[in-house]
Design a protein around this ligand. Structure first.
Ligand code: F6R
Length: 624
């Protein structure tokens, strides 16, 4: 939620900051695209441009004005997902201080902004925007201009950080120190990129991976001061602290479209690798192992109840975890939308294992659920795709998904990787508690390891789905039905269609339809049905075949996803998308894929040409 970039380079290369800053913003745009802005700093001067809408609007303005205006070796930039104040030019970042000398960019929420705003107004300063962020620009200038920190930019920035409540990453610049950026973070991300004679800041490494792989992760309530050849880490009081240096293990190509017309399409095709890489290394010498296993087998044996907390697609992966863990481990599993979890006062204790699933590791709702669970004594295991992000840092143990960077806002490969990782958690619990024999676990592992090759086969359905979307033409609504693990898949299919094509869509358990929603069925209404394997629980399969007949009888146009060779469904399918056989619990790793294609294709039919950035959304949601 909001992307932040910062750069300090060699003053001899005067055009460097603008080019690098804009390129970084392009890579950060998935985090928010309500507006974008950049401030270039040079001795005694600040050049700021900011525009509502996507980054393209900012680029156009800069090209029209001429790039020469932006000479300078230091810049800060921002892509916004609006929280306080509408997405317009004025509310866009960077915000500039009343004296025109300091500029800031901010990600997060300053909770005590009303009080700070009143104080600034009382000093006779008129605020330009409706944002919570602008206060930081005025406060740093006030602190620099007079009082105990006068003339000391670093100390002034620190004094502002100490006064803020909430979650924030803030970058400060000042015309009196054009070769320095001071940045602080609390509960939102900030990574330093260490270059050769240049230094970078980013909400994530995508902002600077084109220039360096050497990065430093900052701890909670840490500040970093960067110049072109050094970085210093400290806390908000100025006491030296340590960052955690690491080497970025994915390359630029992973953050590029690689010949696809959208990141989402590329990421759909990366799913075999995402699942393969997520499974890799977890089954060694017949044993299941978790990544940062700070939970011992003893801990896992003491678990009496599992809660899965997550949001959106990650929540759907959690629903699947419930089916798998209850079946393999015979432990009760509750799954809760993270934003509801702590407000419901769930019953948690030391014997509760909370599994927090998050691609970004930043989602505020999930993070707060983790904090609540920990405060109640529960143990927390994070399933996360982003190394070193806040949720794994605050959890007792971590299982990383290895989907690589997911740039498309709608989750695809990260979702499948989450499903795979959740199943590893289930198997680790089954192993520690002895609810499955080693050979049974091995057999499930073998089936899981066959999944990437089967996803490759499902990817061949792309053209068929394209034709299907064309035949469907404009549709006002669409329903998705499933039973058992097909139900979370139906929910995921409906979510993808809503977010990409802006079409109303609902997912239902197929058996629930007759209790009300069947009233929605009318002539020609497209209904997707996810059919369980006929080889698995026969009862599930035959029930859903009956459900298909019920909706067909009422005029529905059925789009059926079923296993190859499932003859029973054929007479009732207006369109049939066949996937390889996989066994009941693992089928979602395959049946989700055609639904991703379907939503993308229908989105294009509906005129959404930028499926990577659906309206109103952002990739990582760092506000509650
Ligand atoms: C949907 C989607 C979102 C995310 C949700 C959680 O396509 O991407 O629903 O799944 O916002 O995000 P993470 O996993 O980062 O916590």
């Amino acid at each position: 939620m909001c992307g932040i970039v910062g750069y300090v380079g060699d003053p001899a290369i005067q055009s460097g900051a603008l080019d690098i800053g804009l390129d970084a913003l392009a890579r950060m745009e998935y985090r928010g695209y309500d507006s974008a802005g950049i401030a270039v700093v040079r001795p005694g001067e600040l050049e700021v441009e900011k525009k509502a809408g996507k980054l393209a609007n900012l680029l156009e303005t800069i090209e029209t004005d001429g790039r020469d205006r932006f000479a300078g070796a230091t810049c800060i930039g921002h892509t916004r997902w609006a929280t306080h104040g509408r997405p317009n030019d004025t509310n866009a970042h960077p915000h500039v201080s009343f004296d025109g000398k300091a500029a800031i960019v901010h990600n997060g929420i300053i909770e005590n902004f009303a009080e700070l705003r009143a104080e600034i107004e009382a000093a006779g300063i008129e605020l330009a925007s409706e944002t919570d962020s602008e206060v930081a620009a005025h406060l740093v200038a006030l602190a620099y201009n007079a009082g105990p920190t006068a003339g000391d930019f670093e100390a002034s920035a620190l004094s502002v950080l100490r006064r803020l409540e909430g979650a924030f990453t803030l970058l400060f610049t000042h015309v009196d120190e054009p070769g320095t950026i001071v940045a602080g973070r609390r509960s939102t991300p900030l990574i330093v990129g260490v270059g050769d004679n240049e230094m970078f800041l980013g909400s994530d490494v995508a902002g600077f991976i084109a220039h360096t792989r050497q990065a430093v992760e900052l701890g909670q309530d840490n500040v970093v001061v960067i110049t072109k050849d050094a970085y210093r880490v400290m806390d908000f009081d100025g006491t030296p602290a340590e960052g955690r240096p690491f080497t970025i293990d994915w390359d630029l190509e992973a953050a590029e479209k690689g010949g696809f017309d959208s990141f989402m399409m590329k990421e759909i095709y990366e799913q075999p690798a995402a699942v393969r890489d997520t499974l890799a290394g977890h089954f060694v010498d017949g044993r299941v192992i978790l990544d940062e296993q700070r939970l011992s087998d003893d801990d896992l044996r003491q678990v009496e109840k599992v809660f899965v907390v997550a949001c959106g697609s990650a929540y759907h992966s959690g629903l699947l975890a419930k089916y798998a863990i209850e079946h393999w481990v015979r432990l009760p599993v509750e799954i809760e939308v993270a934003s509801e979890f702590r407000y419901r006062d769930p019953v948690l204790d030391r014997q509760t294992l909370v599994v927090a699933v998050s691609q970004s590791g930043e989602t505020a709702d999930t993070l707060e659920a983790v904090r609540h669970a920990k405060s109640q004594g529960a143990r927390v295991l994070a399933v996360c795709n982003t190394n070193g992000s806040q949720i794994p840092r605050e959890s007792d143990a971590v299982l990383y998904t290895h989907a690589g960077p997911e740039i498309g806002v709608a989750s695809t490969k990260a979702f499948l990787a989450q499903v795979a990782a959740n199943y590893i958690v289930g198997l680790a619990l089954a192993q520690a508690r002895g609810t499955k024999y080693p050979d049974e676990i091995e057999s499930i592992v073998d089936q899981l390891e066959e999944i990437p090759a089967k996803i490759e086969k499902v990817l061949e359905l792309k053209d068929q789905v394209h034709e299907l979307a064309e035949e469907l033409g404009p549709i006002p609504t669409m329903l998705f039905l499933g039973r058992h693990v097909g139900y979370p898949v139906a929910l995921e299919g409906a979510l993808k269609l809503k977010e990409l094509a802006y079409i109303h869509a609902e997912g239902f358990p197929a058996g629930e339809l007759k209790h009300g929603p069947i009233a929605l069925i009318e002539e020609g209404l497209p209904v997707v049905v996810v059919v369980p394997s006929p080889q698995g629980r026969e009862i599930l399969h035959s029930k859903i075949v009956t459900n298909i007949q019920e909706i067909r009888a009422r005029g529905a146009r059925t789009i059926v996803i079923a296993e190859e060779g499932d003859e029973a469904v054929k007479p009732y399918a207006n369109a049939l998308l066949e996937i390889p056989a996989s066994g009941t619990l693992l089928q979602p790793l395959l049946s989700t894929v055609p639904l991703q294609f379907l939503s993308a294709e229908i989105a294009r039919q509906c005129g959404n040409t930028d499926i990577d950035k659906p309206r109103n959304l952002a990739k990582s949601v760092t506000v509650e």
